[in-house]
Design a protein around this ligand. Structure first.
Ligand SMILES: Cc1cc2nc3c(=O)[nH]c(=O)nc-3n(C[C@H](O)[C@H](O)[C@H](O)COP(=O)(O)OP(=O)(O)OC[C@H]3O[C@@H](n4cnc5c(N)ncnc54)[C@H](O)[C@@H]3O)c2cc1C
Length: 334
């Protein structure tokens, strides 16, 4: 607590998706005190796994790939710990030889592995971020605030900008312009529990060439679900065009489009709209240091690359940038 009775923390990471968790675990490993907060009920952000009627379904990111040595090393370690498994090497008959990894039991297992041992508060929605004393004041949506010496913000960029605007944080015009051009695809995800095995071909992932669906995955063939359950992802164009329609009607339309691959009766379904699914273009830096004193850094897949690995690289880069701003952790105050 500070002299005004406001709770204080050293370093606050907003967002428990891959970028926030990577940033926090690298900071912790370097000896810095850190707290991660997220508005969600679980960790992983867009790497989300849902349980429905005894089935387990990945409804955001479907698999991860590694193009860098650092992320590949981490994935192998996660594999040795039982948190990651190689799913397949491509979705065409021949495959392309490039490993696709899944989490265990689902994709959120990767996030749980990255976040193991981190101080984490879920169900904490930030409403605004503003300058206060020697650091930043973070206001919660439900009321109250916390003050932090430094903040790493990993929400999708439009949401991060809204939090800064709500706290009257003024950005340099060139940086603001750079951030405002980052746009995201939208994606409807429909989760369907079936009463029998699906017709999705082995290894359980399929990319339709035409129609509203961009992706169909069989979570059972993938090794995620004990019961037959498929995940349907709509194309960006379809999702944008149908965003404001009745969600149940959209779900039924997408299920109808998936009929040739379902091959069994539908027991139940849910639809989720990802407003910020994947960035359409990414920034040229792996993270953006908005302020050095007190430190305020933006990270996420919009900086490191539009996939889980990009989010991880951005989180690690943000941790390095912050550590440079903070200096020796032994000299940090509570
Ligand atoms: C449908 C879909 C399919 C995808 N498929 C793949 C794939 O197959 N392979 C792949 O590599 N990538 C895929 N991606 C992309 C991948 O999921 C992302 O690149 C990655 O997970 C982004 O991580 P992140 O940490 O940058 O952001 P996020 O995971 O979005 O994390 C940000 C976190 O910030 C939290 N947050 C936001 N605002 C606030 C607030 N005000 N207060 C508190 N917390 C807040 C959110 O709850 C969230 O948990 C897919 C994404 C989607 C949506």
């Amino acid at each position: 607590m500070n002299e005004h009775g406001v709770r204080t923390v050293d370093n606050l990471v907003i967002g428990a998706g891959m970028s926030g968790l990577c940033a926090a675990s690298a900071l912790k490993a370097a000896g810095h005190r850190v707290l991660v907060v997220d508005k969600g009920r679980g960790i992983g952000g867009r790497m989300a796994t849902r349980r429905m009627e005894g089935a387990t379904l990945d409804h955001g990111a479907q698999f991860v790939t590694a193009r860098t040595e650092r992320f590949e090393r981490w994935l192998r370690e996660a594999g040795e710990a039982g948190a990651a498994f190689e799913w397949c090497r491509g979705f065409s008959t021949a495959g392309d030889g490039h490993p696709r990894w899944r989490g265990a039991p689902g994709m959120s297992g990767l996030a749980r592995h990255m976040g193991a041992g981190l101080p984490l508060e879920l169900g904490r929605q930030v409403a605004a971020l503003e300058r206060a004393g020697l650091g930043w004041s973070v206001r919660w949506k439900e009321g109250g605030a916390v003050e932090a010496r430094s903040v790493i913000l990993t929400a999708p960029v439009p949401q991060s900008l809204a939090l800064l605007d709500a706290g009257n944080v003024v950005l340099e015009a060139s940086i603001r312009q750079r951030l405002e051009v980052i746009r995201y695809e939208r994606c409807f995800a429909v989760l369907v529990v079936l009463d029998g095995p699906s017709h999705v071909p082995e290894p359980g992932g399929f990319v339709p060439e035409t129609g509203p669906l961009a992706w169909i995955a069989d979570n059972q063939k993938k090794g995620v679900s004990a019961l037959p359950a498929v995940t349907l992802h709509a194309r960006d164009a379809y999702s944008v065009e149908n965003w404001d329609r009745d969600r149940d009607a959209v779900a039924q339309e997408l299920i109808a489009a998936a009929m040739p691959w379902l091959g069994a009766g539908v027991l139940s379904y849910e639809i989720h709209g990802w407003r910020y699914s994947r960035p359409q273009e990414t920034d040229f830096d792996p993270c953006v240091v908005l302020e050095r004193t007190p430190p305020l850094i933006l990270a996420g897949d919009a900086f490191g690359g539009a996939r889980v690995e990009g989010a991880a690289l951005s989180g690690w880069a943000a941790a390095e940038a912050l550590a440079e701003c903070l200096g020796d952790p032994k000299s940090s105050q509570t």
